[in-house]
Design a protein around this ligand. Structure first.
Ligand code: NAI
Length: 285
């Protein structure tokens, strides 16, 4: 594979585009928001300049990576790609619309991947005439840094498509796991959300302070970051959204969002983004 199409130039689309260009792929990128791709590429250049300054890459390396990042002028730009990764807002209708457009221009057999973190791969694949070519390629934030990519099969994803996705992820320098069933939360969030929830419930019950809950998990389980810090990082609003979604899908209390989380989000505290998260939560006051 040489040329990758990326739809979306937000946090994830920008990270994946940068990563792909760094790894030697030609990248053609599209975003519906005027100026978004240009901003994303400017941020990439800034990052490359810093890498030059710190001696990690040469100016030639920077220029080469930079020259691989291009903006799609229209949908026909995706007629010549070897794979597409969609990373637009987490709204099913928007993703369905994009996959319909891709279906009309991308040659059959080209890998069509979505970076959705919660939506059904099967539902997105159904927007096309070739659900066998569609799967989930779930990167983690920041995409250039995080090692894992979850490859998620839809109901009709073919083995050949999974193999293609594994090869692509490998070329992008990632490790993969294959999620064999299209289930909410895939593997990582399915494990992570109950961990977050238990940590938040303990805080709510006054079992220990936020600092001590995190310290316990860091030092006792060898996690690099405690669950409450990580929940602040991922964004409390995002965490709540994921829990509510998983609860709706599974009807299982393991995924029921704790009240403390709901209260913080209602009060506009979204963790690291707002600078206020669990470390500011005091039960006794
Ligand atoms: P974001 O909000 O930073 O970026 C979304 C981009 O999609 C925006 O630039 C927006 O202009 C664009 N967009 C909206 N409608 C569009 C359309 N019709 N056509 C083209 N572009 C359109 O969102 P973020 O965080 O980058 O998330 C993107 C996807 O990645 C979502 O599906 C999300 O669930 C998933 N994801 C997010 C992670 C995260 O930590 N932020 C981690 C892993 C997956």
């Amino acid at each position: 594979m040489k040329r990758i199409g990326i739809i979306g130039a937000g946090i994830m689309g920008s990270g994946i585009a940068y990563l792909a260009a760094q790894q030697g792929f030609e990248v053609v990128q599209y975003d519906a928001l005027e100026g978004a791709v240009k901003r994303s590429h400017a941020a990439a250049l800034n990052r490359l300049d810093k890498a030059v300054e710190s001696g990690k890459i040469t100016t030639e390396d920077r220029d080469q990576v930079w020259s691989r990042l291009t903006e799609a002028q229209d949908w026909h730009a995706f007629g010549t790609v070897d794979a597409v990764i969609e990373a637009v807002v987490e709204v099913l209708d928007v993703k369905v619309d994009i996959f319909q457009k891709l279906d009309a221009v991308v040659p059959d057999g080209v890998l069509l991947a979505t970076n959705t973190s919660s939506l059904s791969i099967t539902a997105i694949a159904q927007a096309t005439r070739r659900p066998q070519d569609v799967l989930g390629l779930h990167f983690f934030n920041p995409a250039p840094v995080m090692k894992l990519v979850e490859i998620v099969r839809g109901e009709e994803t073919s083995d050949a498509t999974v193999t293609m996705a594994q090869a692509l992820a490998e070329e992008l320098g990632k490790e993969t796991i294959v999620v064999q069933k299209d289930t909410p939360g895939f593997v990582v969030n399915r494990v992570l959300m109950p961990l977050f929830i238990e940590a938040m419930r303990m805080l709510e019950e006054g079992v220990a302070t936020a600092e001590d809950i995190d310290k316990g998990v860091r030092l006792g389980l060898n996690h690099p970051m405690g669950p409450l810090t990580l929940a602040d990082f991922t964004g409390l609003d995002v965490d709540l959204h994921v829990m509510d979604y998983m609860y709706d899908e599974f009807h299982d209390d393991r995924f029921a969002a704790p009240l403390v989380l709901r209260r913080l989000v209602r009060a506009g505290h979204t963790g690291k983004k707002s600078g206020r998260g669990f470390y500011h939560y005091t039960l006794h006051k």
